[in-house]
Design a protein around this ligand. Structure first.
Ligand SMILES: [Zn+2]
Length: 188
């Protein structure tokens, strides 16, 4: 138990004690973390009106796959914004991997690839997952690797488990600087 966790206070204590769930820590009974401890990431689709349905479908896929973090659309005060437009470098996620940032959906890529797969994939970056282009279609973070015929917009069990770990009990390690991750999907 490193000192930095002490700063997180009671919630961190509850998490640390979770492996002892139902038991006793240091002679003191500890309650299991409440379900309400799940983190909520609020997102805005106002900058990407053409893709609102795909964005919401992708968010719903994540919400079905994981419980430690929940994606909720909100018009104001969102930490995650989706925007659309043209960029010869393609779509990107500019994010700290902790629920903050901007997802840009490129029109050219959106004409070629499954739109919900694009939005769910980019959202995966915002939840902390890296690209893995060499993976199969069943993997969400393989992105454009399997080609335009891939329509899977759901994370596989390993991807869901990883996000569950990253957002365990609603706690995500301190956010770092945002990075822009371009999608290297073949275009044209
Ligand atoms: Zn990606």
């Amino acid at each position: 138990m490193s000192r930095k966790f002490v700063l997180s206070g009671a919630i961190a204590l509850a998490v640390a004690a979770a492996p002892l769930a139902g038991g006793v820590a240091g002679g003191v009974a500890v309650a299991a973390p409440a379900p309400s401890a799940a983190a909520t990431v609020y997102y805005s689709t106002s900058g990407a009106p053409s893709f609102r349905a795909a964005i919401n479908a992708g968010a719903a896929n994540w919400n079905r796959a994981v419980t430690n973090v929940k994606l909720v659309e909100r018009s104001s005060g969102a930490s995650l914004r989706y925007v659309e437009g043209n960029d010869p470098r393609g779509s990107y996620a500019q994010t700290d991997g902790h629920g903050n940032g901007t997802i840009f959906i490129d029109y050219t890529q959106a004409r070629q690839y499954d739109n919900t797969r694009i939005t769910a994939h980019e959202t995966g970056h915002v939840l902390g997952l890296p690209d893995h282009y060499s993976g199969p279609c069943s993997e969400l973070m393989s992105g454009g690797g399997p080609g335009p015929s891939c329509h899977n917009a759901n994370p596989n069990s390993q991807e869901a488990s990883r996000v569950q770990q990253l957002w365990a009990n609603g706690i995500r390690a301190a956010a770092g600087p945002q990075q822009r991750i371009y999608e290297k999907m073949p275009v044209g």
